[in-house]
Design a protein around this ligand. Structure first.
Ligand SMILES: *Cc1c(COP(=O)(O)O)cnc(C)c1O
Length: 385
């Protein structure tokens, strides 16, 4: 076991050189300084401004989405997308347990309850077969609404997530969702640049969400966006994000309890610079992934996590999976890596094990439990190779 941990560390260093190495560092330079200076000179630094509009336009062109609404962060984007998809107090929303807390938190912000569904090992994303079987078991006979008969609550939305940038089997998930008439909101926070076939993640469902947090492939400092082809949904989230204020040159009148969720112009200026780097960043990360894949090719008991068949991944986070891993093996690797200055991380604690979500409904979650102890993310910055 110690030998295996040694060997993993040795092979990581063979690709990226000795530490210290962060898990994921943003690429910032003169381009960012120039755009920030331009924004400051314009006087528009806050939550309106032409750079937000331009950022939304360029992002829409890049992902192939008709409407884009930029927000203060990805979590806020998820919250708004769920509200606009019709999630209400007392509903349930199906989410993976193997995800960042924000996916489940956004459900609770709507007054709804997360309902956890297991993932498949091949994509690390929500498993369409398990979703389908689970729905068959729990759905009642009500004709107009999809009700979980065990809890009596309405199943209002499904939120698949594209783990570490690798696309989940979103088309199959949407086929299941369509069969029951439940809308899909994609958590594509990690997968900007990733596609299934030619279609970009985040553009399959009713709406999708991306994040521009400092650790993501494109950063605006903090930021997020909602992607949709549905004009009504886009209008609704834009309105809710700007305190639900009616458009008027001087009156302050609001027709709902809205949110202060719009992206400031200052952040959008950073985003415009970052978008110019995006193609390069994806290319660098895919090249780094190739080197890692080669390095781990011959190591028995450890697999480098590769993009699912038929997909193009941004390889936001590179990861290895240790066969037959139990907590102690993962723990030893992580502590030895920390000593060597190599920033490695386990996946998130599965959300069904978090105290806040301990009582939430769920499918059987054995794959989630296994991946939580077998996966380890390794240094993945675009600048590494
Ligand atoms: C980063 C992330 C989010 C939201 O991120 P913010 O930090 O709020 O921008 C949501 N879901 C997943 C899976 C993420 O990785």
């Amino acid at each position: 076991m110690t030998d295996l941990v040694d060997e993993i560390l040795r092979r990581v260093v063979s690709v990226i050189g000795p530490g210290p190495h962060a898990l994921h560092e943003p690429q910032l330079g003169d381009l960012e300084k120039k755009m920030l200076a331009r924004c400051i000179d314009s006087g528009y630094v806050s939550s309106v401004g032409p750079m937000v509009t331009e950022f939304e336009k360029q992002l829409g062109d890049f992902v192939g989405s008709r409407y884009v609404v930029a927000t203060v962060n990805g979590t806020a984007a998820l919250h708004l997308a769920l509200l606009a998809a019709g999630v209400r107090i007392g509903d349930e929303v199906l989410v993976p347990s193997l995800t960042f807390a924000a996916t489940a938190n956004a459900v609770v912000y709507c007054g709804a309850t997360p309902h956890f569904v297991d993932v498949e090992a091949s994509t690390m994303g929500m498993c369409p077969e398990i979703l389908s079987d689970h729905l068959d078991q729990i759905i009642g006979e009500n004709e107009n609404e999809v009700i979980n008969r065990r809890t009596g609550r309405r199943l209002a939305a499904i939120v698949p997530m594209h783990t570490f940038g690798h696309p989940c089997d979103i088309e199959a998930i949407i086929r299941v969702a369509d069969k029951y008439g439940v809308p899909v909101v994609e958590d594509a926070a990690e997968s900007l640049g990733s596609r299934r076939g030619e279609k970009h993640t985040g553009t399959f469902g009713l709406a999708g969400v991306v994040s521009f947090n400092g650790n993501k492939i494109v950063t605006t400092g903090g930021g997020g966006a909602i992607l949709t082809d549905d004009q009504n949904l886009a209008d609704k989230v834009r309105h809710l994000a700007t305190t639900a204020k009616r458009a008027h040159p001087w009156r302050y009148e609001h027709d709902a309890v809205g949110f202060n969720y719009r992206m400031p112009n200052l952040n959008a200026s950073l985003g415009l610079a970052q978008l110019e780097r995006l193609d390069n960043a994806i290319e660098s990360k895919r090249r780094l992934a190739e080197f890692y894949a080669d390095a781990f090719n011959s190591l028995v008991g450890v697999d480098f996590v590769e993009e699912p068949a038929g997909t193009f991944s941004n390889y936001w986070l590179c990861a290895v999976s240790i066969e037959d891993a139990d907590n102690s093996q993962q723990e030893e690797l992580l502590s030895r890596a920390a000593k060597a200055g190599l920033f490695m991380r386990p996946p998130w604690q599965p959300q069904h094990l978090a105290a806040s979500f301990a009582d939430c409904p769920r499918s059987e979650l054995s794959r989630t439990d296994r991946l939580a102890t077998s996966l380890v993310c390794i240094p993945s910055s675009a600048g590494l190779k």
